[in-house]
Design a protein around this ligand. Structure first.
Ligand SMILES: NCc1[nH]cc(CCC(=O)O)c1CC(=O)O
Length: 304
C-alpha cells in the first residue's frame, strides 16, 4: 500500500444515505477533486443509525452512525468515509485515521419555528421538538415553561413537523440546514450562551485507512478547524461522556494562536452542573488536547 492509496479508477467515498450525508459527502468529493484532480465516486453505506425503528431511549450505541462506514473502510469496500464529526466516537479506531478536517461551517444550533418566532417570542408552553439532552438542557434553562417533544428523523422530516403543526419549533444544527440549502427555515441562530453546541458540531471528518491518501487529504484539511475540534473532543474522553450526556463544547479563537474553550455539562432538566471557559495558546494538537484536559480537571473539581 502506498500513501497514494488506490491508484486505478476513482476514489470510493463511503457515505450514509440520508440527503444531508450525501450532500456533505459530495461537497467533500468535489473539494478533493478540485484540490488533487482525482475523480471521487460516492458509495452509499446503510448504517444502524439510520434505522428509525430503534427507539431513541434504547441503550446508547455510541458510534451507531459511524460503525458501518468504518467497517466498509476496514473491508476495503471504500477508500474514504465522510462523517459528521460530532457523530464520531472519541476513541480512535486502530487502522483508521482522520486524514482531513475541512473548514467548519457554523457550529451553532438553530431554532426553526412557526411564524418566524424567536425563542423569546414562543408562546408559554410552546412545544419544541428535540431529542438531544444538551439542547433540552439549554432550552429549559432559558425557558422552563417549554414543552419538549422527543423527535427524530432527517432534517426535512423535522421541519415538516413544524409546518404540520405537530410542534411549534424544532432545534437543528445550523450547519446541516445550511449545507442542505434550508437556511431560510432558521428563525434564530441560538447563541452559544443559551445552547452550547455539541463538540465538533458543524465540522466534518474525512476518515481513511492509516497510511493511505494522507498527503492528498492534507490538501483539504483546515488546521484551525482541526485544533478547535481537537480541543472540544478531548473533553468527551476527559469526562467519559456518552452520547446521551448533555455535553456542550465550543472552541473559538480570541487572538492569533489563542483559543478559548467553553464546556458545559448539565442534566436534561436544565440544571447546569457546570460551565467553564478557559483560554490558552494553541498552535499544535497537543496544546489543544491540553486545553481540553485543563478544562476537564476544573470541571471535575467543580462537580465534586
Ligand atoms: N446527530 C445528527 C446530526 N449529526 C450532524 C448533524 C448536523 C451537521 C453537523 O453538526 O455537522 C446532525 C443533525 C442535527 O444535529 O441537526
Amino acid at each position: 500500500m502506498t500513501d497514494q492509496g488506490p491508484t486505478a479508477g476513482p476514489l470510493r467515498l463511503g457515505t450514509r444515505g440520508s440527503l444531508l450525508a450525501r450532500t456533505q459527502s459530495q461537497l467533500v468529493a468535489d473539494s478533493i477533486t478540485a484540490a488533487t484532480g482525482r475523480a471521487v465516486e460516492l458509495v452509499i453505506v446503510r448504517t444502524e443509525g439510520d434505522d428509525v425503528s430503534i427507539p431513541l431511549d434504547a441503550p446508547s450505541r455510541p458510534g451507531a452512525f459511524a460503525a458501518a462506514l468504518r467497517d466498509a473502510l476496514l473491508d476495503d469496500r471504500v477508500d474514504l468515509a465522510v462523517h459528521s464529526f460530532k457523530d464520531l466516537p472519541s476513541a480512535p479506531l486502530p487502522g483508521l485515521s482522520v486524514a482531513a478536517i475541512p473548514p467548519r461551517a457554523d457550529p451553532r444550533d438553530a431554532l426553526c419555528s412557526r411564524d418566524g418566532l424567536s425563542l423569546d417570542a414562543l408562546p408559554r408552553g410552546a412545544r419544541v421538538g428535540t431529542s438531544s439532552p444538551r439542547r433540552v438542557a439549554g432550552l429549559l434553562r432559558a425557558r422552563s415553561d417549554l414543552q419538549i417533544v422527543p423527535i427524530r428523523g432527517n432534517v426535512d422530516t423535522r421541519l415538516r413537523k413544524v409546518r404540520d403543526g405537530d410542534v411549534d419549533a424544532v432545534v437543528l444544527a445550523a450547519a446541516g440546514l445550511q449545507r442542505l440549502g434550508r437556511e431560510a427555515a432558521v428563525t434564530e441562530f441560538i447563541d452559544a450562551g443559551i445552547v452550547l453546541p455539541a463538540p465538533a458540531q458543524g465540522a466534518l471528518a474525512v476518515e481513511c485507512r492509516t497510511g493511505e491518501l494522507g498527503s492528498q487529504m492534507a490538501a483539504i484539511d483546515d488546521p484551525a478547524t482541526r485544533l478547535e475540534v481537537t480541543a472540544e473532543r478531548s473533553v468527551l474522553s476527559g469526562i467519559g461522556a456518552t452520547c446521551t450526556t448533555a455535553v456542550g463544547a465550543l472552541a473559538t479563537w480570541i487572538g492569533k494562536d489563542e483559543l478559548k474553550l467553553t464546556v458545559e455539562v448539565s442534566n436534561h432538566r436544565g440544571i447546569v452542573y457546570s460551565r467553564i471557559s478557559r483560554a490558552g495558546r494553541v498552535t499544535i494538537a497537543g496544546e489543544a488536547t491540553q486545553l481540553g484536559a485543563a478544562v476537564c480537571d476544573q470541571l471535575a473539581a467543580d462537580m465534586s
